[in-house]
Design a protein around this ligand. Structure first.
Ligand SMILES: C[S@@+](CC[C@H](N)C(=O)[O-])C[C@H]1O[C@@H](n2cnc3c(N)ncnc32)[C@H](O)[C@@H]1O
Length: 299
């Protein structure tokens, strides 16, 4: 098991559908067999079919992800699964993802993804925004702020609104504000907020440079431009110190400021050069080949 995985026992699989900080949830089925070929038996295929019927989502198609999924043995196993479940084997656009891998303690493990799309794919996200944050990571950033109903919450650079929507999803703060210098970003955030339709949610959005923003907030978040697809490394040399100073100007005395970035050297240099914020926690995050970091700061 990799260090980005966790095994959790649940009474009801539907509970897993609400896990906001989980990228994807699978039902794990261990099989005491030494080779995948042994899984082809009708008895094993029937066991998989039973579990598929008990999943909280209904599926019409499946695909198998396994080493050698086009080998003769795998093709026979896929045919056995199609027979037993009545689902269509569709490599291109399948709803049910079935993974097969060696189990840690010996034998083999079949993993059935509980949902047609990963949990990280939120239904409200209809618009593409360059640099839009993965919603699972956004939920983890929000969690690091220790949300409370009294929060005056601000996202200094809200982009497509991911952090704002993930904040609202765990309860309404007293005040919820988003800044972004891009007109497109604000329009997309509005669309996503409408899609998310979170009851009673009121959000103030400012299409403005946050470096000139005013206000008083207890919980501040920002997903800074990484200088790759959004912004540039050169601009970040001045933007990062500016964002820290803007955060300090907007912060209440006991505020928490959560900063996510991939531009580690530039951010750490900016942090070292100022006196308003102290680092209280730091997390490395794995995002498909990138290792952004979350910095938790206090005044
Ligand atoms: C990495 S993106 C944020 C993505 C966002 N978390 C999301 O999920 O879509 C960084 C954002 O910072 C905004 N930005 C850059 N400089 C800014 C400034 N001075 N004031 C406000 N927003 C700024 C950009 O327009 C961009 O939308």
């Amino acid at each position: 098991m990799s260090d980005t995985e966790a095994v959790i026992e649940v009474d009801d699989l539907r509970d897993a559908l609400g896990w906001r900080t989980v990228v994807a949830a699978y039902l794990s089925m261990p099989f005491d067999v030494s080779r995948p070929r042994s899984l082809i038996s009708p008895e094993h295929a029937a066991r998989v079919a039973d579990e598929v019927r008990g999943l909280p989502s209904k599926f019409r198609t499946f695909r198998v992800s396994a080493a050698g999924s086009d080998s003769d043995d795998m093709l026979r196993w896929r045919a056995a699964i199609a027979d037993a479940t009545g689902l269509v084997d569709d490599e291109n656009d399948a709803e049910l993802l079935i993974r097969l891998r060696k189990a840690e303690g010996g034998g083999w493990e079949v993993l059935l993804r509980l949902t047609p799309r990963p949990l990280a794919t939120r239904p409200w996200r209809t618009e593409r925004y360059e640099g839009g944050l993965n919603a699972t990571i956004a939920a983890a950033v929000v969690r690091a702020t220790h949300p409370s109903p009294h929060d005056r919450f601000v996202d200094l650079m809200c982009g497509s609104g991911t952090l704002i929507i993930e904040r609202l999803a765990v309860g309404r703060p007293a005040l919820c504000v988003g800044y972004d210098i891009s007109t497109d970003a604000i329009a997309i955030t509005k669309t996503h907020l409408r899609n998310a339709a979170i009851r009673g949610a009121k959000v103030e959005l400012h299409n403005a440079d946050v470096l000139a923003a005013e206000g008083r907030f207890d919980k501040l978040v920002v997903n800074l431009p990484w200088g790759t697809s959004v912004g540039s490394h050169a601009e970040n040399e001045t933007l990062y110190p500016g964002a820290l100073a803007a955060g300090a100007r907007l912060a209440a005395p006991d505020a928490t400021f959560c900063v996510l970035t991939h531009e580690i050297r530039v951010f750490e240099a900016a942090l070292a050069a100022q006196r308003e914020w102290s680092l209280v926690d730091e997390h490395r995050i794995f995002q498909k080949g990138h290792w952004p970091r979350l910095y938790v700061l206090r005044p």
